[in-house]
Design a binder for this molecule. Structure first.
Ligand code: C2E
Ligand code: SIN
Ligand code: SIN
Ligand code: FE
Ligand code: FE
Length: 347
């Protein structure tokens, strides 16, 4: 504990100091100032636990002193005890409204002084304890939350890895399309939390393909209409696998799985939603997924040239795709190329 005493009369200062010394355990710091200016300076550079201040002083009176302390640290609850002459009733009211916690009358009576100082120090002590509990609790919550987030990521990675065992799409496709999705979201000005969630959730858009039979999923040629009907179930299967989670990230992943093949003009699947009825994450992922599918080779097709894929996006702007998402993607073209180069398929 550090106690500050400010009184321009040296004899009063000595008296108060002696009273405080008797009340407090050894090791308590007592800083006594005849100059309120020096007292204020000390309080600005250190953290006092109790301030005892006289009212009538040259330069700065006790009320101005208290106002300055309270203005500097509005949230800090350092107790302040004001010392006034018995007749200064108006001053006592003012001192209370300036932020003093209590006052003492001169001449100082130790039967009055002792219990007040004790009470204030006890209050200060419990305030500090509470603050330290709060800090510990906050640290624990931060730590636990980071742990949960890391575990959630791990679960998701394992889920995506399971899907990769069957899916001809490589891990690199999943990473690229997730980064394209994030880049679109950022360029659209969506908040950082949304963008990060999208980056984590987008890789799961096709987990429903674990429910697609091999002869369809791995077919080296074009799918028949009947096969395409079965293929399209991957959107609802993915949603079934992912929905109902309490994790906002998995919730987004479920929404993406369900909606990434919807088209802006309502001609997509599974629900045929149009425009903004399609959840935004679905509209964003549609651009990212198709662009990467087109520019990658598949069991059923060769990779397209970049220009051809860009033309496909431009042609589908407003029909297949949300125009805002297409524009955001093309406006970030250099970043698209960087992602494409950074995450190449392993042979
Ligand atoms: P995917 O290979 O990841 O393709 C995702 C989406 O990219 C496709 O959704 C489609 O919108 C677009 N896309 C990919 N390749 C082409 C292409 O060569 N031409 C055009 N115009 N668009 C293309 P879609 O059509 O709903 O297909 C969903 C999934 O169904 C595909 O995912 C793929 O796994 C499978 N699939 C689609 N068509 C065929 C096919 O002819 N043969 C085989 N084996 N699988 C197919
Ligand atoms: C952004 O990164 O989304 C803004 C910078 C740009 O438009 O290229
Ligand atoms: C390109 O045409 O390859 C660049 C993308 C764009 O049109 O902005
Ligand atoms: Fe898909
Ligand atoms: Fe995909």
């Amino acid at each position: 504990m550090a106690i500050v005493i400010v009184d321009d009369t040296p004899i009063n200062l000595t008296l108060i100091q002696a009273l405080v010394r008797k009340l407090t355990p050894a090791g308590t710091e007592i800083h006594a100032f005849v100059s309120p200016v020096e007292g204020l300076q000390w309080c600005g550079e250190n953290e006092p636990d109790l301030i005892i201040v006289d009212y009538m002083m040259p330069d700065i009176n006790g009320i101005e002193f208290i106002e300055t302390i309270r203005r500097r640290h509005p949230a800090d609850a350092v107790p302040i005890l004001m010392v006034t002459a018995a007749h200064e009733k108006e001053v006592r009211y003012q001192s209370l409204s300036a932020g003093a916690n209590d006052f003492l009358t001169k001449p100082i009576d130790r039967h009055e002084f002792d219990p007040r100082v004790r009470t204030m120090l006890a209050l200060r002590d419990s305030h500090k304890r509470m603050r330290s509990w709060n800090d510990d609790l906050r640290d624990a919550v931060i730590h636990k939350t980071a742990e949960i987030v890391a575990r959630e990521r791990e679960t998701v990675t394992r889920l995506a890895r399971a899907a990769e065992y069957r899916d001809p799409e490589t891990g690199a496709h999943i990473v690229r399309m997730a980064h394209y999705s994030e880049l679109i979201a950022r360029h659209m000005g969506l908040d950082a939390e949304y963008c990060e969630r999208l980056l984590s959730a987008a890789p799961m858009h096709d987990v429903g393909k674990v429910g697609t039979p091999d002869h369809i999923l791995l077919k080296p040629g074009r799918l028949t209409d009947e096969e395409m009907v079965i293929m399209r179930r991957h959107a609802t299967i993915g949603h079934d696998i992912l929905s109902g989670s309490s994790s906002p990230m998995i919730q987004m992943a479920a929404e993406i799985a369900l909606n990434h093949h919807e088209k802006f003009d309502g001609s997509g699947y599974p629900a045929g939603l149009a425009g903004e009825a399609i959840p935004l994450c679905g509209r964003i992922v549609a651009v990212a997924d198709v662009f990467d599918a087109l520019t990658s080779s598949r069991p059923y097709k060769l990779a397209w040239e970049l220009e051809r894929a860009v033309s496909f996006l431009k042609d589908g702007r407003g029909s297949h795709f949300d125009p805002v998402c297409v524009d955001a993607f093309l406006e970030r073209w250099p970043a698209v190329l960087t992602i494409r180069e950074r995450y190449q398929d392993q042979e």
